[in-house]
Ligand binder design. Structure first.
Ligand code: FAD
Ligand code: NAI
Length: 505
C-alpha cells in the first residue's frame, strides 16, 4: 500500500473515532441517570451561590454523604474571564453559561437547586431565609430552611465608593446583563453618532468611551473594544471608526499592579500602539449623563464629555455578607470581608459555616482561581468530615455494645473492631487549605495577551501573540464543560469568518 493510502485510512479512523467519542460524550452529558432521593439520616449542606466557588464545590462533592440544597438568584454558572468578549460580541452570552442543573443532575444523590436570593443567615439557629425575586412568582415567595453546614459563596458586588452618578450612568462589567447592556449602549453611541447633522463636538463626545479601573477587567475590556473597532467597525462605519476614542482611567500610578513591571510596560506600549489613552494617577470623582469628572494628578478637576462610561473599579462585600458579619461582631470585624481560618471555617460559627471565594478576606487575591481551588478543597474536606462523623458514630455505638456484651469471644471480636475504627479515625486528617498559584493571564487586545507564570521556582513573564494562543487554550481547558468548549470554539471560528455582529437588539 502506498503511504498516501495508509495516511488516508489513519485520518479516516481518527475522524470517525473522534466524532463517535464526541457524540458519545455529548449524549452522556444530556441524559443523566436516576439519582438517589434525599436521605433524612444524612446532614444537610446548604450552598449559597452558583459562581466559581460553589460550582467547583458541587462538581467535586460526593453527594452520597449529604443532602445538598443550592440557593442562587442565577440558575447558572458564569465563566467571568470571557465576559469582556461577550460585551463586544466576540462570544454569544450563552456560550459562557453553564446551567447549575447540568452539574447537579449528574450527582449520585438528587441536589435541590433553588433560584432565589438568600436574604439573611441566622448563624445561631442555623437557618437561611431566601426569596424569589424573579418576574414570575408562585404563591410562596419567601422560605426559611435549616442547615447543618452552610457553604457561603455569594461573591462580591461592584464597588462604587459612593461616587455620585456611577450607579445611574455607568455600565458595570460583572454580570452577564452588564456585558449585554454595554454592547447595546456602545452600538447606541455609534448609531447616534451616525445620525445626520451631529456637530463635530457631539460626534467627539458620543464616540468617546471611558473605562474606569486599570485592573485586569478594565484592561481586558479596553483591549476587546479596540479589536471590535479595528476588525469590524472600520469596515461598517468607515466615516466614524477613526473618531472612536478609548480612555482608560486609573487612580494608581500604574495599571495592572498584580503583574510584573515588564508586563505592565508591555501592556502600556501595546495600548499606545492601539491608540488607547491611559490616564494614571487620575481619579473619577463623578459620572454624569454625558461626561465624567476627573481629578488629574495635579489635583485639578476636569469635566470630560463621553458617550459611555464602563465602571471596572473593583469589588466590595454584598449587603447580606455585611449583615451576617454584623451578627458576629467579635469574630467578624475585617472590613475586606468574612474572616476564615485555614480550613475555610467562618470565624465565630463553630465550624457550621464555611466561606469561600470573593466574600472572604484572606491573603489571596479575589480571583476565580482561588475560589475554585477553595471549592474543590471544601468538597474533599466535607468528604473527610463525613467519614470522621461516621467513624465517631460507629465508635460510640460499639462502645455502647461493649458495655452490655458478654462472652469472651464476643468481647475480643468487639474490641478488635473498636481498635480498627479508632485506627481509621486517627488516619482521617483534616488538612488546611493550600493555594497553588497557576499564574496570571490577561488579554490586552490586538491578539496579544500577557502571562505571569510560576516557573522553576521563579516567574516567567511573557507577552505577545504566542501568549494569546496560550491564553485561549488555557481558558478553553478551564471552561467547565464540553458543551461550553464547543460553543466558545464555534464563536471564535464564526467571528474569524464573518466578524462581529454590529446590530443592536
Ligand atoms: P462569584 O463567581 O461571583 O459567584 C457568586 C455567586 O453567588 C453567583 O452565582 C451569584 O449569583 C450568587 N449570589 C449573589 N448573591 C446571592 C445571594 N444573596 N444568595 C445566594 N446567592 C447569591 N479571576 C481569575 O482568576 N481569572 C480571570 O481571568 C478573571 N477574569 C474576570 C473577568 C471579569 C469580567 C470579572 C468580573 C471577574 C474576573 N475574575 C477572574 C474574578 C472572578 O470572576 C472572581 O474572583 C470569582 O467569580 C469569585 O468566585 P465566587 O464564587 O467567590 O463568586
Ligand atoms: P481591581 O480591583 O483589580 O482594579 C480596579 C482598579 O480601579 C484599581 O486599580 C483601582 O485603583 C481603580 N480605581 C478604583 N476607583 C477608581 C476611581 N474612582 N478612579 C479611577 N480608578 C479607580 O478590579 P478588577 O479589575 O475588576 O478585578 C477584580 C478581581 O478579579 C481582581 O482580583 C483581579 O485579579 C480579578 N480578575 C482577574 C483577571 C485575570 O486574571 N485576567 C481578569 C479580571 C479580573
Amino acid at each position: 500500500r502506498s503511504f498516501l493510502q495508509i495516511l488516508g485510512r489513519v485520518t479516516l479512523i481518527t475522524v470517525v473515532g473522534g466524532t463517535g467519542a464526541f457524540y458519545y460524550a455529548t449524549q452522556k452529558d444530556r441524559t443523566p441517570g436516576p439519582q438517589k432521593p434525599a436521605d433524612p439520616t444524612k446532614k444537610t449542606i446548604v450552598v449559597l451561590g452558583s459562581g466559581w466557588g460553589a460550582t467547583s464545590l458541587l462538581k467535586n462533592l460526593d453527594t452520597e454523604d449529604y443532602n445538598v440544597v443550592v440557593i442562587s438568584p442565577k440558575n447558572y454558572f458564569l465563566f467571568t474571564p470571557l465576559l469582556p468578549s461577550v460585551a463586544v460580541g466576540t462570544l454569544s452570552p450563552r456560550s459562557i453559561l453553564q446551567p447549575t442543573r447540568y452539574v447537579t443532575r449528574h450527582k449520585t444523590r438528587a441536589v435541590s437547586v433553588i433560584e432565589a436570593e438568600a436574604k439573611s443567615v441566622d448563624p445561631v439557629n442555623k437557618t437561611v431565609t431566601f426569596v424569589d425575586n424573579s418576574e414570575i412568582q408562585g404563591e410562596v415567595t419567601t422560605t426559611t430552611i435549616s442547615y447543618d453546614y452552610l457553604v457561603y459563596a455569594v461573591g462580591a458586588e461592584v464597588q462604587t465608593f459612593g461616587i455620585p452618578g456611577v450607579r445611574e450612568h455607568a455600565c458595570f462589567m460583572k454580570e452577564l446583563h452588564d456585558a449585554e447592556r454595554m454592547q447595546r449602549q456602545f452600538m447606541d453611541c455609534v448609531e447616534s453618532a451616525a445620525f445626520p447633522g451631529q456637530s463635530a463636538e457631539e460626534l467627539e463626545r458620543l464616540l468617546h468611551i471611558v473605562v474606569v479601573g486599570g485592573g485586569p477587567t478594565g484592561i481586558e475590556l479596553s483591549g476587546e473594544l479596540h479589536d471590535f473597532l479595528e476588525d469590524d467597525l472600520k469596515a461598517w462605519y468607515p466615516e466614524l471608526a477613526g473618531k472612536i476614542r478609548i480612555t482608560l482611567v486609573e487612580a494608581l500610578p500604574s495599571v495592572l499592579p498584580m503583574f510584573s513591571k515588564q508586563l505592565i510596560e508591555y501592556t502600556e506600549s501595546t495600548f499606545k500602539e492601539s491608540k488607547i489613552d491611559i490616564l494614571t494617577k487620575t481619579m473619577v470623582k463623578q459620572v454624569k449623563e454625558k461626561s465624567v469628572v476627573l481629578q488629574r494628578p495635579d489635583k485639578s478637576v476636569v469635566d470630560v464629555p463621553c458617550g459611555m462610561v464602563v465602571w471596572a473599579a473593583g469589588n466590595t462585600g454584598r449587603q447580606i455578607t455585611k449583615d451576617l458579619m454584623a451578627k458576629l461582631p467579635e469574630a467578624q470585624n475585617n472590613r475586606r470581608g468574612i474572616a476564615v481560618d485555614e480550613h475555610m471555617h467562618m470565624a465565630g460559627t463553630n465550624g457550621s459555616i464555611f466561606a469561600i471565594g470573593d466574600c472572604t478576606a484572606t491573603s489571596y487575591a479575589p480571583t476565580a482561581q482561588v475560589a475554585s481551588q477553595q471549592g474543590a478543597y471544601l468538597a474533599r474536606k466535607l468528604k473527610q468530615i463525613a467519614k470522621k462523623e461516621d467513624a465517631e458514630a460507629r465508635l460510640t455505638q460499639l462502645e455502647q455494645e461493649r458495655k452490655n456484651i458478654s462472652g469472651e469471644e464476643n468481647v475480643v471480636k468487639l474490641e478488635q473492631e473498636i481498635e480498627s475504627v479508632r485506627k481509621s479515625l486517627a488516619k482521617i486528617k483534616l488538612r488546611p487549605f493550600h493555594y497553588s498559584h497557576q499564574g496570571s493571564l490577561a488579554y490586552i487586545g490586538s491578539e496579544k495577551a500577557i502571562a505571569d507564570l510560576p516557573f522553576m521556582n521563579g516567574n516567567f513573564a511573557s507577552g505577545g501573540v504566542a501568549t494569546f494562543l496560550f491564553w485561549r487554550s488555557a481558558y478553553m481547558s478551564t471552561l467547565f464543560s464540553l458543551r461550553n468548549r464547543t460553543l466558545v470554539a464555534n464563536d471564535w471560528m464564526k467571528v474569524k469568518l464573518f466578524g462581529r455582529d454590529v446590530s443592536r437588539d
